[in-house]
Each structure stands twice: as structure tokens, then as C-alpha cells.
Design a protein around this ligand. Structure first.
Ligand code: NDP
Length: 278
């Protein structure tokens, strides 16, 4: 019997998740299918309920429903609880279990795929939206020397730092406070690139051998262009996308797919001009 999974979002048409999970299933011999479903903005819970009633076993959740998914889940992992957002639902006999695999996906991409040591490093996180919230806990778990959150609306960054302060050295504020500071890693978790914009970053923020990581993928964002102009090493969020999917696959199936060939397949697709969102 084939088990059914889906990703819910709005918009969702260009999601790469069906491609990724279909590749994982083929690689691991798991009998599943996985589709992208457009939920109406005011009908997310109803869509999930209908999918579950029809035999669905679990789902991924993307913009703008991650906080609604958090509320929908009767039980949540500790990392989802802290993030206040759920990107993975597992339909158990006793109800919905919610997890957030975004942070684990980012950390896996940084440490395993890009070979970055996070312990003792200075990290700058740009943005204080849903994506930022999902990665703060897992980044702090790696033991950085400090994690600074900068956001266009500084109060949101300050509130986030306060929420996570028991997990490690984290501070929040606005962009103007960054002048004169140096970081080993800058992670762009803003959606500024969607409108071809760049947060107001001072020059010389990255130390020697620093890495600039844009969670967005599939486009040459102003952030990546800024980082290249600083002479920095750059990476986009495609690896994070595949790694967060692998973590969801593990939660559903108890099997860990090998991510490298799937990332390579998507890079090949990108090179041929295929674009998409999570
Ligand atoms: P949200 O809408 O929740 O948050 C957007 C954030 O970007 C806010 O902090 C907002 O600041 C900031 N922002 C928006 N426009 C600008 C601008 N012009 N200048 C400066 N800051 C700006 O979005 P998400 O957190 O859900 O997503 C953020 C990005 O991360 C998206 O591009 C998404 O595609 C990507 N992502 C990638 C994943 C992957 O697997 N690779 C997984 C999840 C997300 P303010 O608070 O002031 O409004």
C-alpha cells in the first residue's frame, strides 16, 4: 500500500519538495507518493483534515502556514515548540505531531555539506521572521561564541533574542548596530531578495574566510552579490532545503536518505533553468 504525503502552501506550484521526496523514496525503496497542494489562505486546517481523512500520513508546511500548523499540532517536538512554527506534520493515531526541521537542515548543510565548524564562531542572522525563528535554537546548540540577530524592525530581533536567551549567547537589534563588528558567518533569513533588495549592511562585516549563506536559492540575490563584492565565500539555501526534507523523511519513515545525489540533481535542474520554491 502506497503511503500519501503532501506539502501545503500558498503559493505552491513551483515547490521542489515533490521532486525531493520522490527521489528519497526511490533511493530508499519506500512506497510513498508526495504531492504539492495549494491551500486557500483561510482554509489550511480544513485542507489538512481532508488530506488526513483521505489516508494521508503526514505533510510539510510552507509559507504562510507554519504558525497555523504549530497551533494545529496537538503534540510538538521541543525544537518546534521553541520556534513557534511547524514545517512537518506526522499524522499519528492519536493526533497530529508537529516538528520543525528547518534549523536541522541549515546546520546539516553548513557543517556536513559546506564543512563549516560553528562552535566558537561569531554568527550574524539577518531577519526575524518564520525562517529565522526556526534556525536560532539549532544554531545555538552548536555552541557559537555569539549569535547576533539583525532585523529591519529591530524590536522583533530583540524579542527573538529574549525568547532564546537561555540556550546561548544571543543578542538582537537593528542593522545600524552592526557597524564595526566582524562575523565568521552571515545567514540571510530575510525575504528581501524576493523584491531584489538588500538589507542595509555595512561593508567589512565578514572576517577572513567568512561565509555568506542565503537561505533563498535559485537566484543571484543582492545579498550574494554584496558578499561576492566583499570577497566572501558564498552559498545559497538549496542544500538546506534538501536537508530539512531529509529530516522530515526520517520523522515519517525512520529512514535517512543520502542527500548529496539529490542536491546534485537539483543543481543540474537549476543549470538547465528550472526554478522553484520550498
Ligand atoms: P517572513 O515573511 O516570515 O520574514 C521575512 C523577514 O525578512 C522579516 O524579518 C522581514 O523584516 C525581512 N525583510 C523583508 N523584506 C526586507 C527588506 N527589503 N529589507 C530587510 N529586511 C526585509 O519570511 P520567512 O522567514 O518565512 O522566509 C524568509 C526567507 O527564507 C524566504 O526567502 C524563504 O524562501 C527562505 N527560506 C528558505 C528555506 C530553505 O529551506 N532554503 C526554508 C525556509 C525559508 P521585518 O520583520 O522588518 O518585516
Amino acid at each position: 500500500m502506497t503511503d500519501h504525503y503532501a506539502v501545503f502552501g500558498h503559493p505552491i506550484a513551483h515547490s521542489k519538495s515533490p521532486l525531493i521526496h520522490t527521489a528519497f523514496a526511490r533511493q530508499t525503496g519506500q512506497d510513498i507518493d508526495y504531492v504539492a497542494l495549494l491551500a486557500p489562505l483561510d482554509g489550511f486546517a480544513e485542507c489538512v483534515a481532508a488530506f488526513r481523512a483521505g489516508g494521508g500520513r503526514g505533510a510539510n508546511v510552507t509559507v504562510p502556514f507554519k504558525e497555523q500548523a504549530w497551533r494545529l499540532a496537538g503534540r510538538r517536538s521541543a525544537r518546534a515548540e521553541l520556534a513557534g512554527a511547524v514545517n512537518t506534520l506526522r499524522f499519528d493515531a492519536d493526533g497530529l505531531f508537529g516538528d520543525n526541521t528547518d534549523g536541522a537542515g541549515l546546520v546539516a548543510d553548513l557543517t556536513r555539506n559546506l564543512g563549516i565548524e560553528l562552535a566558537g564562531r561569531s554568527i550574524l542572522l539577518l531577519g526575524a521572521g518564520g525562517a529565522a525563528r526556526g534556525v536560532i535554537g539549532p544554531l545555538l546548540e552548536q555552541g557559537p561564541a555569539r549569535l547576533t540577530i539583525a532585523n529591519r524592525t529591530p524590536e522583533r530581533a530583540v524579542a527573538l533574542a529574549e525568547r532564546f536567551r537561555t540556550l546561548g549567547p544571543v543578542v538582537g537589534g537593528g542593522y545600524e548596530a552592526l557597524a564595526g563588528q566582524r562575523f565568521d558567518l552571515i545567514v540571510n533569513a530575510t525575504s528581501a531578495g524576493l523584491s531584489d533588495e538588500l538589507p542595509p549592511l555595512p561593508d567589512r562585516l565578514l572576517g577572513p574566510d567568512g561565509l555568506a549563506y542565503d537561505m533563498m536559492y535559485g537566484r543571484n540575490t543582492p545579498f550574494l552579490r554584496w558578499a561576492r563584492a566583499q570577497g566572501a565565500r558564498c552559498a545559497d539555501g538549496l542544500g538546506m532545503l534538501v536537508e530539512q526534507a531529509a529530516e522530515a523523511f526520517w520523522l515519517w519513515r525512520g529512514v535517512r536518505p543520502t542527500t548529496g545525489p539529490v542536491i546534485a540533481m537539483l543543481r543540474e535542474g537549476e543549470a538547465k533553468g528550472v526554478r522553484g520554491e520550498v
